[in-house]
Every structure is written in C-alpha cells, then in structure tokens.
Design a protein. Structure first.
Length: 482
C-alpha cells in the first residue's frame, strides 16, 4: 500500500512552500546561540534530510490520520486496537495511494512504550493467503506472520519496543523487535470473490491484539504518558515537510547509521538536539532549503526511474526490507516510500510497475486502448495469487468506473476468456471492449495510466520473478491496440 505524496511534489512544493518559507525573521546569532550553517551547507542538508526523512514523514502523517485524529475521515482506531476492514479499497479511499484492492485490510498502530503487545492469529485454511506485516516508524519491515512466514496454524507472537529487555514469555512463538515505540501492523487477508467476504470476516475476527500483561493475566504496568502529537495529514506533507519531520524524529531513537544526518538536521533546527527553531532560519536559508528539497526529490525520482530493472516496460526491483536490508541506504528507502510505502519485501510480494507501453510511450487511456497478453502456460508464477491493478496516472488512486472493477486477479480466472492458443489477454481501456470480452476488461481512466502487478508469495524456483528484476519469468509488455 502507498501513502499519498503527490507525483508533482517538486512544482507543488515550491509553489506552496515559497510563501511559507520566505516569511519569518532573520536568524540572529545573539547570546552565544549557534548560527545556521552556510547557504551551501543548508541546501545540502535539506537535500539529504528530504531523502532521509520522506518515509518517516509519510508514516507520521498516516499514523496521525489512522490512530490519533479521531475527527479525520481516515481514522481507523486508537493505538493498540485493531480495525478490521470487511471490504476492499475503492476509488473513495484517498489516504493511501496505490492501495491494494485484492485483500481486505486490518490495521493496528502499536504503542510499545508501556509494555510489549501480543498479536494472536487464528488457524487459516491453507488455500487462503494471509500476511501480517510489521512496519515501524523508520518504515522498516521488521517481521512477518502469515502463510509464507509462519504457516497457517494459530499462534501468539510478541512485539517489543526498542527499550524492552526480557525473556520470551511462555506461549509466545516468536518475538519481533521494532526500532521505534510506535509501529504499524498491517494484515492482508485474501478474498476469493465478493461472496467470500463472510469467510474473510471470520478470519479477521480471529486476529487478537492485547498487552503482554493481559496475555499473562498479570497486573498492567503504569500507562505511558499522553502525547500531544503535532497534527499532521498526508495532504499536509507538501507544505509542512520539515515541521512534520521535526515532530516525527522525537519518536525515532537514533542509531549509528543515522547519526550523521540527524546531527546535520539538528544544525538547521530539525529534530532532537537542535539549537534553534527551523522557522528562525533567514529568508536566504529558507530559499536554500527549497532548492535542496527539490534536488532531493529529483534524486528520488531518478532512482525510481533508473534504479530498478526495466523488463518489457515494467519496473521490477526489491525496495522494501528491514534495517539490515537498507543498511543506511536512505535513497533506496525514500524511493520505496514514494513508489509505495508499506509495500512488502520481495519474497512476500513482488510489484512490477509501469507507466509506459511496449514502445516506451506514456500509457494514456484518452489516446489509446491497450492489451496485456500472457502466453499459454506463462501466467505469473506464485504460491498465493497475482493481480494487475489500474490507477490514475497522476493521483495513483483507484478510478471510478461503470463496472466497479479496479483490478484483474487470478481468482477471477474462471470468469475470464482465454484465446484459442491458450493465452490470456487483458483489455486495458476506458470503454468496454464489448460484452464478449468484458470479463477480461480492466477499466482505464480517460487520462494517464499507472499499472501495478502484484505477485503474492512469488515462487522461488524457475520460472520465478525472483530475484526481483533478474528472475526467469518476465511480465509481458503493454501493447497499443488502437
């Protein structure tokens, strides 16, 4: 899943922030206070800070919308309370861009400050894929529960914060270590068809979340202090980036990998240890910040366009993982967040992405109809299921369409029609291809197109999409039909 960042962040950001940043007073070096870095250094720090901070800021904004601000229409539930969504996402869901519409979600934002939290899962039929992704405030996927990772049997798992030190309690199958005190847990439960929803709801009802003390039937420790979080929204990222980052870093314990960039951010008034407020930067320094942010965003876009393999016009790579996976590669982490925050590790799900056709031309439903043809015997090789989802090319949201179809996936195969040679053709266009071909129709916007293929639990033996971008299976190109 992916949080809303706006593809045109460079131009929009500059327009909106210019007015904000040029106000404010000149920084005075009085009373022995530290002076801001030079303009050149400020620009460089803003660039590096934008790259380092983008995933953290995006996550902080979603946390506010989902778990803090009860008046927000995207609010799910308070901390440590699970919210089951007995539906799939539609065009009306706009907090997270490029949302998965394959699997109904369940969410819980964990507050691990007072004590660890126990996540319990039920027995799930083996044919039904499910996964529980653990993602912390650094946007590290620090663990998985589910079909691939732990199997279909019931179990109790412990999630602990960065300050916890203790032995594994009896009855706990595994301990997962979050690098931050606040962390998102995202559940994906496979839906076979609309009539299958009651069965999904039954599985969701078996997901339990409770403090360790309740699990052990012991007295609870004192509650953690209440926090007045700086209000934040995903829409506000564009014009409040460093203010949000300043707030979010209070809840991101420093580590050796981030020590250098965090010291630099503190030198321009961002994060713990700062010597003055960011708003007190001079007008010239604020202008330098704008330039640095733009250059950082350009680097992220360049990485997204060229940092992964191009296979028949589809971009395929492995961007998501834990702290060891990133190993301080902030550019890769930022690209992962902008391309699709809260995405899975490649072994859990691999995501070929495209905005272009076989000729390299931008996909545009207002100009062309397209087809995607899987040769006979060459459907995506997965242990769970696969899908191709349609998004508006500008907003990366699902699109409203006359048949309420946002994707085509493998559970729909029985309704789709194959070609005489056994191949399968998907029709990607804004208007119906006709009743005969409509089961294979993926409705497109009357504008630019963004397509995402999701391969859940990809097979690791040939043919396989793994290693991501270098596997023996390749997605077929999108071809202009008219």
């Amino acid at each position: 899943m992916k949080i809303k960042t706006a593809n045109a962040i460079t131009s929009t950001l500059l327009c909106i922030l210019a007015a904000t940043f040029v106000t404010g007073c000149e920084k005075k070096d009085a009373g022995g206070a530290a002076a801001a870095p030079s303009l050149e250094d400020t620009k460089a720090i803003a660039e590096q800070g934008f790259i380092y901070g983008l995933p953290i800021v995006m996550n902080y904004a979603v946390m506010n919308e989902y778990a803090v601000d009860k008046s927000n229409p995207q609010f799910k539930a308070p901390f440590n309370q699970i919210k089951n969504e007995p539906r799939v996402f539609t065009y009306e869901d706009t907090a997270i861009v490029t949302p998965n519409s394959d699997t109904p979600y369940s969410f819980v934002w964990l507050d691990l400050r007072a004590e660890p939290i126990v996540l319990s899962v039920p027995s799930v039929e083996k044919k039904r894929y499910y996964s529980v992704m653990l993602c912390d405030g650094n946007v590290y996927n620090y663990g998985y529960i589910g079909s691939r990772a732990t199997g279909s049997e019931p179990g109790d798992y412990l999630v602990v914060g960065p300050d916890w030190k203790g032995e594994t309690p009896p009855g706990i199958k595994k301990v997962f270590y979050s690098t931050t005190p606040f962390a998102l847990t995202g559940y994906r439960t496979q839906l076979f068809n609309p009539a299958d929803m009651p069965n999904v709801i039954k599985v969701q009802s078996g997901y339990k979340v409770q403090p360790l003390s309740a699990f052990l039937k012991q007295p609870a420790p004192p509650p953690a202090p209440k926090i007045d979080f700086l209000p934040a929204t995903t829409a506000g990222i564009k014009d409040n980036f460093f203010q949000y980052l300043d707030a979010a870093l209070q809840f991101i314990p420093p580590d050796p990998q981030s020590q250098d960039i965090r010291a630099k951010l503190a030198s321009i008034g961002v994060g713990p240890g700062k010597t003055f407020d960011f708003k007190d930067l001079s007008e010239a320094h604020k202008a330098a910040v704008l330039v640095g942010m733009k250059e950082g965003d350009d680097k992220i876009d360049k990485f997204l366009s060229g940092g992964i393999k191009d296979i028949n016009g589809w971009k395929i790579g492995s961007f998501m993982g834990d702290r060891a996976f990133y190993n301080g590669n902030w550019l890769m982490r930022a690209a992962a967040a902008k391309g699709g925050i809260y995405g899975n590790d490649a072994v859990e799900a691999t995501y070929p992405l495209t905005r272009v056709d076989a000729k390299g031309e931008t996909l545009d439903g207002s100009k062309h109809n397209y087809t995607i043809t899987f040769p006979a015997g060459q459907l995506p090789p997965v242990n769970a299921f696969w899908s191709v989802t349609m998004y508006d090319g500008k907003s990366q949201f699902l699109i409203k369409n006359p048949i309420n179809r946002y994707l085509i996936n493998s559970p729909m195969m029985s309704q789709m029609k194959k070609n005489p040679d056994g191949s399968l053709t998907l029709y990607v266009q804004k208007n119906s291809p006709g009743k005969t071909q409509e089961p294979n129709w993926l409705p497109a916007p009357n504008d630019t197109i963004y397509l995402v293929m999701r391969l859940y639990w990809p097979k690791e033996t040939p043919p396989s999409v793994l290693p991501a971008g270098s596997g023996t299976w390749q997605p077929p190109a999108v071809v202009q039909a008219s």
